[in-house]
Design a protein around this ligand. Structure first.
Ligand code: DMJ
Length: 685
């Protein structure tokens, strides 16, 4: 065939081999015809040449030559020690004045101001890069910058070969505590969607390997555990006694079930996940209740199962169970908790397979399906935006990025939606990804922790300037100040009302909103404007008033406020709203005020309320919710001890009464919405 003047010959198969063979034979014949002494001289010459070449090469060159077939990726990135666990390296004990009004904010912690907005685009890009689990500061710079696939990132996080021997790291199989065969298939080339699919389909594996294997690989990253000294004064001891009383009743009448019914002395089931046990683990650890902690730990290891075909609420299970397990893991260093958390995280992932990336509210942990609430097409806004601290922590603890990625997509989606002065409607549709038209705007039920997690996620991720989270937070607090904050006409109590239909002001405030003073002072400590602190102090006073104004000294679930002087009272409670569910929000705020200012007045306020719980909520089998805080003679006991009583209310009382206001250092830890402390991750420089 002619081709550009050349003729290409195609040899029949076998012809080339025959010619080759012919050449080899004639060479051998020529060699055999040489005299023996000549052949010996040639062999000697070649050997001498080779020895000379070898002697001239350096050791490194020789090693490189011998390893040229070995995976070079492992060589590109040198092994690096992980950054310290925050609690092992307490931050500088900054001098916080006793009086919050004078609290200084270090220049380097000042929040982004308006002029910084011009940098927003670059920062957004940086934020996106920084918010993948591979990008956490524990990984070598080169890997983080290049955003290598998960399996590669896992590989470079390995300890050096000689330290990668079989060691007892307390790792268990996720389910049944039985060792699984190690599936070697890696997620190297998987897209985010494929990773998600794989994690959902195989909730018992991580990155394609069993959890036990995975723990070995990430061993240097694992938490080492913290030490707490137990109660040091009478008030703390009283709280520990309250905890023990609650635990004893729960153990006796409701062990392994979600909640205790302390009046009927029976159990209450919600999700079938032993909520009270999991929610209480870190409280017991912090209080130094070693025996009780071990009882809870053993139950989690042996009896907590996630494979039951039952719908659970994504938000509630995330803040209580996932948050509880992760916190127990970080505080105790026990990797069994991390293994359980990872299995649960995988089983919750189906919630994120909605068309909009806004998660469905309900997930079936057993059959791995998800859907909107039965009663509505919409999820609560606070629910879909109050899972990110936990999912991010799971990613950073396991070094598997998918959890953080799916949760962060919700941040991005909600950030892009139009808001009312930074305030959000309380319903959002998981199919369309839009807010419900004319939905109420509230800092109480269904809205509250959206605002809380904007600030706390920003703190968790290292307080980056110009981050959308903190920009949205600042805008939202401005919206609170201009659209929702009012004062009563006579006594000038400051409160946060609601916008019904997104526009009509209603002077109603849920007790849930009393978390806000604590979040605001935490924000102020981290550089937010003084207007936030002023609102925080005023609102704290109002919340306190909602307790002490009632004869029981306990607050009602909902309070109303006078709009004009025609109303009889500045603050009042309607009969149907007079219940108290042992909620934590006000005690939580007192704790933040005490911890960040050192002012012991907040302890005295808390002590008064603790005594009120002792007087009215304590019963033989524990502590109970009540129907009416307005009458000491007919409190109408309601017969439920919610798990947040032990995870939050008693924990915050205990920490509020501590002689060491930094028993948990708020520079190093961030509490999730259920009161579970998780580590703050340092900002990568
Ligand atoms: C807790 O489960 C959490 O604090 C949640 O964010 C709001 N409600 C309860 C406590 O009141």
């Amino acid at each position: 065939m002619k081709d550009g003047g050349h003729i290409t010959l195609t040899l029949p198969p076998g012809a080339a081999a025959t010619a080759d063979e012919r050449g080899r034979k004639s060479l051998r014949r020529a060699w055999n015809q040489l005299p023996r002494c000549q052949r010996n001289l040639i062999i000697l010459g070649i050997t001498g040449f080779c020895v000379t070449v070898l002697l001239c090469l350096s050791g490194d060159q020789l090693l490189a030559a011998s390893l040229k077939d070995v995976d070079t990726k492992a060589e590109v990135v040198a092994y690096q020690m992980p950054l310290p666990n925050p609690h092992h390296h307490p931050g500088v004990d900054k001098d916080v004045p006793k009086d919050t009004a004078a609290a200084p904010v270090p220049a380097d912690k000042r929040a982004p101001r308006a002029e910084a907005l011009s940098d927003k685009f670059n920062e957004l890009v940086a934020y996106g890069e920084a918010n993948s689990a591979e990008n956490v500061a524990r990984l070598p710079e080169t890997v983080a910058a290049e955003g290598l696939p998960q399996a590669v990132a896992m590989a470079v996080a390995l300890p050096p070969p000689d330290s990668n021997k079989e060691q007892d790291i307390g790792g268990i199989d996720i389910l049944n505590n039985v060792e699984e065969p190690v599936a070697q298939e890696q997620a190297e080339s998987l897209s985010e969607g494929e990773q998600l699919e794989q994690a959902i389909k195989n909730p018992l594996t991580l990155g394609g390997v069993s959890f036990k294997e995975h723990l070995k690989k990430i061993k240097p990253l694992l938490a080492k555990g913290q030490h707490f000294h137990g109660a040091t004064n009478e008030r703390q001891s009283a709280v520990v006694a309250a905890f023990k009383h609650s635990w004893a009743g729960y153990k006796k009448y409701a062990w392994g079930h979600d909640n205790l019914k302390p009046i009927s002395q029976y159990s209450h089931e919600w999700f079938g996940l032993g909520l009270t046990i999991v929610d209480s683990l870190d409280t017991m650890y912090i209080m130094g209740l070693d025996d009780e902690f071990k009882e809870g730990r053993d139950w989690v290891e042996q009896s907590l199962r996630f494979d039951t075909k039952r719908d659970v609420n994504l938000f509630e299970v995330t803040i209580r169970v996932l948050g509880g397990l992760l916190s127990a893991y970080h505080l105790s260093g026990d990797t069994m908790f991390l293994a359980k958390a990872a299995e649960l995280g995988n089983r919750l992932l189906p919630a994120f397979q909605s068309p909009s990336n806004i998660p469905y509210s309900d997930v079936n942990l057993g059959d791995l399906s998800a859907h909107s609430p039965k009663w509505s097409p919409d999820s609560s806004t606070s629910e879909v935006t109050t899972i990110q601290l936990e999912f991010r922590d799971l990613s950073r603890s396991t070094n598997i990025s998918i959890y953080e990625q799916v949760a962060h997509r919700v941040n991005e989606k909600v950030h892009d939606l139009e808001k009312n002065h930074g305030l959000v409607p309380i319903f959002i549709n998981a199919n369309t990804g839009t807010f419900r038209n004319y939905a109420t705007i509230s800092l109480g039920a269904r809205g509250d922790s959206y605002y809380e997690y904007l600030l706390k996620q920003w703190i968790q991720t290292g307080r980056r300037d110009n981050d959308n989270l903190i920009l949205d937070y600042m805008q939202a607090v401005d919206g609170v100040l201009t659209q929702l904050m009012r004062r009563t006409p006579r006594e000038h109590w400051v409160y946060i009302g609601e916008l019904i239909n997104g526009k009509d002001f209603k002077p109603k405030m849920d007790h849930l909103t009393c978390y806000l003073p604590g979040t605001l002072i935490l924000g102020h400590q981290n550089g937010m404007p003084d207007s936030h602190l002023i609102l925080a102090r005023d609102l704290l006073d109002t919340c306190y008033q909602t307790y002490v104004m009632n004869p029981t000294h306990l607050a009602a679930e909902i309070s109303y406020f006078a709009l004009t002087e025609k109303d009889d009272q500045d603050i009042y409670v309607k009969p149907n709203d007079a219940h108290n569910l042992l909620r934590p929000e006000f005690v939580e705020s007192l704790y933040y005020f005490y911890s960040l200012t050192g002012n012991r007045t907040y302890q005295d306020m808390g002590w008064k309320i603790f005594q009120a719980f002792e007087t009215h909520a304590k019963v033989n089998a524990g502590y109970t919710s009540m129907g009416n805080v307005k009458n000491t003679q007919s409190t109408r006991l309601r017969d439920l001890m919610e798990s947040f009583w032990m995870s939050e209310t008693l924990k915050y009382f205990y920490l509020l009464f501590s002689d060491d206001r930094k028993e948990i250092d708020l520079e190093q830890w961030v509490f999730n919405s259920e009161g579970h402390p998780l580590p703050v991750y340092p900002l990568k420089t």
